[in-house]
Design a protein around this ligand. Structure first.
Ligand code: ATP
Length: 372
């Protein structure tokens, strides 16, 4: 069993001047045997530090890391049955691809040459790099080097793969190809995988579950769709989804939510969820708003003006300003809506935005916790 458990794990770096930096703060997560978990979050949130603690490249200040129930805290990296793939590939320049792939096995096991050869051949086949085995890393493209780095991890047949932004040095097209390939290989091998990225598409498309970190703390661990549809808090709601969710400060007045530029009536059911809160953050995803030129006909329709249209091909990102009378100015609150690429909209055009109540998210103004 290769279940990986992080139990109240923290990492505090103490700088030379005595300053304490809490890089990872009390993180607990269970990564199931064979699961693909993606760690996401903004720069500096503690992703790499978490991965490095699992690998044994960084000591753990507090808490416990267990692999298959066995405590790993004081084990050397090579005793951990874990293979790590880095963004930089970290291949030995003086060795051929074959030697790079075989090196770890020769060093850390008493495996015979025949078995090593067999494993290298099978991993090379899996990664489609058989014809590169005699080359040196400098004779390879970036994409080929990354395949070798992955092949080297596969050869070891570890209990866990750790990957730190492995695709970020590749161009967009290759990245998307490797995403699918990596996912297929991980599924075929069934190896428990922790994958760090700040690329949302990678997180959403590759993972069984996403763990969202901010400021060293775990904000939510859930399937991509859970994090998207039921974000635990305002941070996750804003982080998952592209373009980001729109947020408005609102005050509760009777059955109305009053924002700077509009008033949004809500149902009794929503009022119950709001409870006695008086201020909230209203969130709406760009893809949940519809635009029409029919004029406002319902209580959740709002007159707006198109500010900018950003064509994305199959869809358009439309930036809108609430029409509060007079000429648009800097203080007008803007928000973004995603519409199909075929829908004709142009800058300056008055439109009606329909914001359906079932798609509206509400967050506690102070704690940021999800209310609805
Ligand atoms: P990025 O996406 O930019 O790689 P990250 O989420 O991987 O960021 P970490 O590299 O884990 O973040 O860093 C978390 C925090 O710990 C940051 O504030 C960073 O400056 C700090 N940190 C990391 N390594 C050290 C170190 N060796 N000494 C002191 N502080 C460190």
């Amino acid at each position: 069993m290769a279940e990986l458990t992080l139990d109240n794990v923290s990492k505090v770096f103490v700088e030379d001047d005595g300053n304490h930096i809490v890089a990872v703060d009390d993180v607990s997560v269970d990564i199931r045997d064979g699961e693909f978990l993606v760690l996401v979050g903004p720069s500096g949130c503690g992703k790499s530090t978490t991965l490095r603690m699992i690998a044994g490249l960084e000591t753990i200040t507090d808490g416990e890391i267990r692999l298959g129930g066995e405590v790993m805290n004081d084990k050397e990296p090579k005793e951990r049955d874990i293979a790590m793939v880095f963004q930089s590939y970290a291949l030995y320049p003086h060795m051929t691809v074959r030697e790079n792939m075989a090196f770890g096995l020769e060093e850390s096991t008493s495996m015979g040459d025949d078995e090593i050869d067999e494993r290298v051949s099978s991993a090379a086949e899996m990664m489609g790099i058989e014809e590169l085995l005699g080359r040196k890393p400098r004779e390879l493209s970036g994409g080929q080097q990354q395949r070798v780095a992955l092949g080297r991890a596969i050869v070891r047949d570890p209990a866990v793969f750790l990957m730190d932004e492995p695709l970020s040095n590749l161009d967009a097209k290759l990245r998307s190809k490797m995403r699918t390939e990596l996912q297929r290989i991980q599924e075929d091998l069934g190896v428990t995988t922790v994958y760090v990225t700040h690329d949302q598409t990678e997180a959403m498309t590759m993972s069984d579950r996403i763990a969202v970190l901010d400021d060293g703390r775990l904000q939510q661990a859930g399937t991509p769709l859970e994090c998207y549809h039921e974000p635990a808090n305002e941070f996750v709601a804003g982080f998952i989804g592209d373009p980001s969710m729109n947020f408005f400060d609102v005050e509760v007045q009777g059955n109305q939510l009053r924002a700077a530029d509009f008033t949004y009536p809500v149902s009794d059911e929503t009022l119950q969820e709001i409870g006695d809160r008086t201020t909230l953050e209203l969130g709406i995803r760009p893809e949940d708003v519809t635009l029409s030129t029919d004029g406002a006909t319902g209580e959740h329709d709002f007159e707006t003006v198109v500010d900018v249209v950003e064509p994305m091909g199959d869809e358009n990102n439309v930036y809108l300003t609430f029409d509060t009378g007079g000429e648009p100015d800097e203080d007008d609150e803007t928000f973004v809506v995603t519409v199909g690429g075929m829908q004709q909209v142009e800058a300056g055009q008055p439109v009606t935005a329909h914001i359906p109540e079932e798609a509206v998210h509400l967050f506690d103004a102070k704690s940021g916790e999800s209310v609805k």
